[in-house]
Design a protein around this ligand. Sequence first.
Ligand SMILES: [Zn+2]
Length: 307
Amino acid sequence: MTEGSSAPRLGIDLGGTKIAGIALGTGDRVLAEHRAPAPREDYAQTIAAIGAMVLHLEQVAGAAGSVGVGMPGSISPATGLAQNANSTWLNGQALARDLEAYLKHPIRLANDANCFALSEAADGAGIGARSVFGVILGTGCGGGLVYGGHLIDGPNSIGGEWGHNPLPWATGDEHPGPRCWCGRRGCLETWLSGPGLEADHLRATGSRLAAEDIAAHAASGDAPTQATLDRHASRLARGLAHVVNVFDPEVIVLGGGLSKLAHLYEVLPGLVAPHVFADAPRVAVKPPRWGDASGVRGAARLWAAEH
Ligand SMILES: [Zn+2]
């Protein structure tokens, strides 16, 4: 490393099916990027795959750097073990300790939706906003809160985790709701995630369609798929209204596969507003600037630029 330059910041996004990595240099210049399949149901191979990703990024970037990792779920401050991951083979494992032992230097881990929120708040769709709620609507339903450029986190390491609250203002036919992998029923995730949207359409119509096909059919004027999208938008709005009433974010940024549903940005402010405890509610919902890349970019930002 040359005099005066800062070490690269490496960000790893550990997903259910893929591992992505980035190395940010001075001025957040991208020095290296890489993607690889994520081992499934195999914890030891997951550690090795993250290790290989770090090694590859450092080789391409030409220097060792800090390592931040975005993960599904989080590390419990009480036990030091992974919790809440829908990649359930991670749960109960000493992911942070095992990764540090494997890599032989300190790392920082954070929930993947927290990384998304941090990235979009720093130089993405939430730039300039004091408070940002970042939402991931993908295979799961995550969330992260950023205030004044910092992630809000607490004694349970679950700041912003809204996806396993129940659907608020539920109507009769929404009770008790689908069973969730977390053991509860009617969690927001079971309604709002990609699989949740698809399952809702299947229950309503008997037709099995992928989320992107539901959107495509609706765009061509198909009424049943449009009704599915309308139910989903209504539920998403009610879930977001709950967060607005607690955190009152200046900007809500959507991420994950369902953030590509363009109608959401048009309809959500009007659907959220009636549930907001304010005379003239202002609700801004934006698409992400960095999209999927916010996972790795936010993970890299878990370390400050100079360290
Ligand atoms: Zn749940």
